[in-house]
Design a protein around this ligand. Sequence first.
Ligand SMILES: Cc1ncc(C[n+]2csc(CCOP(=O)(O)OP(=O)(O)O)c2C)c(N)n1
Length: 607
Amino acid sequence: MSSIAASSSSIAVLLSGNEAIAQGAREAGVGVAAGYPGTPSTEILEALVRSDPDREVYVEWSSNEKVAIDVALGAAVGGTRALTTMKHVGLNVASDTFMTAAYTGARAGLVVVSADDPGMHSSQNEQDNRFLARFAGVPLLEPSDSAEARDLTIAAFELAERFDTPVLLRTTTRIAHARGLVTLGERRAPSRAGFVRDAAKYVMLPGFARRRRVVLLERLEALRRHAEETPLNRVELRDPAVGVVTSGIAYQYVREALPEASVLKLGLTHPLPEALVRDFCARVGRVLVIEELDPYLEEQLRALGVAAEGKRFFPRAGELSPDGVRAGLRAAGLVPAGTPRTPAPAPATAARPPVLCPGCPHVVPFLALRQLGAIVTGDIGCYTLAASPPLSAMDSCVAMGSSIGMAMGLVRSGGASGPVVATIGDSTLLHAGIPALADAVANDTPLTVLVLDNGTTAMTGGQSHPGAGATIRGDGAPRVDIAALCRALGARSVTVVDPYDVAATYRALEKAIASPGLSVVITDRPCVVAPVKIRDTPFTVAAERCIACQLCMNLGCPSIVWADERYEGRHKVAIDETTCTGCAVCAQVCPTDAIALVTEGAPAHAG
Ligand SMILES: Cc1ncc(C[n+]2csc(CCOP(=O)(O)OP(=O)(O)O)c2C)c(N)n1
């Protein structure tokens, strides 16, 4: 992205889809951008910040997606073009505003980016957010590569202003992260049209909202007419025997797998250009709809009376691929069996299950919870890896912020056979945990909440949050004091503990579980990789003292490896000094003091 830091015209550079969206937004004169991190959307705002050393654009990591869309809507109402970015599940959080922003529209363009994750590379579900555009009644744009990601971002702002509506720009992982050539245009300084009071438009009391509902429906009809003419929807007539209707990344796969087929390539996929669709389908023999995830287009074509085929041959779950499209085409009898596949680019890589980093401060609290026999409702973050062996210390994980509410329900179900502990990261607590914590306090729930405070949003790459004390640009900022917040919410006891201190962490959790009412334990240690990589003096194992009890192996630390030497037939352990961060946790669990700092001659206790 550094190659586009300077203002440029007619230069083509390789950009990821996310970088291209940032570029498009700058060229469209975006003035405010707000989002919450979430793969595969995170790099959009990061690229926007890098592209804006002069700080023309206000950019923020919001505390959650609902706040982000509110910030963006407010900015657009205030007359500056605004962008909000999130992953697909983020739009669920933002949808309360999203649904009604479709009624209000805004003075300046409001573009909502939803980055969907077919295949669930890093998500808890693979919902198809095209339906949310239809549900809300807003236009939906779907780029097919990086160049279109830029173009459609610019088009989205124009469409938003022309029709006075938020626009949903929907990408998927392959679009967001793959790189392609993008021709750059000039960046525009943010537009500042100013706020104009208009209560009937922005105050959604029922009386006003009823009128805006009619406006929305009329606008959709106008958009449908626009969809018939826009160059974003184009017919590519080739062999008339087969016509494929497609959008997004699937377009690329179709072109690769069935290059001779005629294609209706849709860039604006809501509202659907019905006349264009009918006309295209009448000009071809067999109509196939090739789309990732749900039969969003297919069902609409069927409703138009078109005998479209799609999900009969192509999977509804997971990502499509050129090979997947080819397999579907074979099943449809359109590609002869045995058609050569694209050669595999490289030998398949060995599976490497994700693990917590060496020195991760999340390990010890989960080790303690397992030993204390707790039933652990989890949340989403790096710490969700505690569900996997060897920690195996998490019993549920559904959506951001769910841990506390689910723990309350579990307690009230009367079905918990042990103490119930909700575990939640700092970013997640500030995202969606606060209302649940207030609820737990106000309903006097006997519950322990463990807040894993590592000072960052580690899972998505170390973004700042309101408790981090920094802005997205790295400037120092006031920070929310999480312990004070929990006390203010009314938690009966709040204990802050260093998770590198094994005994203290165990004792704090044991005490919290035993105490009545709602108690909070906060583990306070910075993430080992963000914002700076922490590297202390590493530890080593004195082989002669190791009795192969393998207790340290239970930490799941990637720096602890099997040694060749054995003790009573079992493998001893060794430490990879190149990756050990020197957290000293393994030294504390070793019963024979076999683990010591590499600088120490003789092994000593390092706690
Ligand atoms: C609604 C929603 N937004 C965003 C995400 C992406 N995401 C997953 S966990 C997480 C936050 C993790 O930060 P934190 O709670 O501090 O835990 P850490 O990873 O630092 O341990 C984010 C942003 C998501 N899964 N769902």
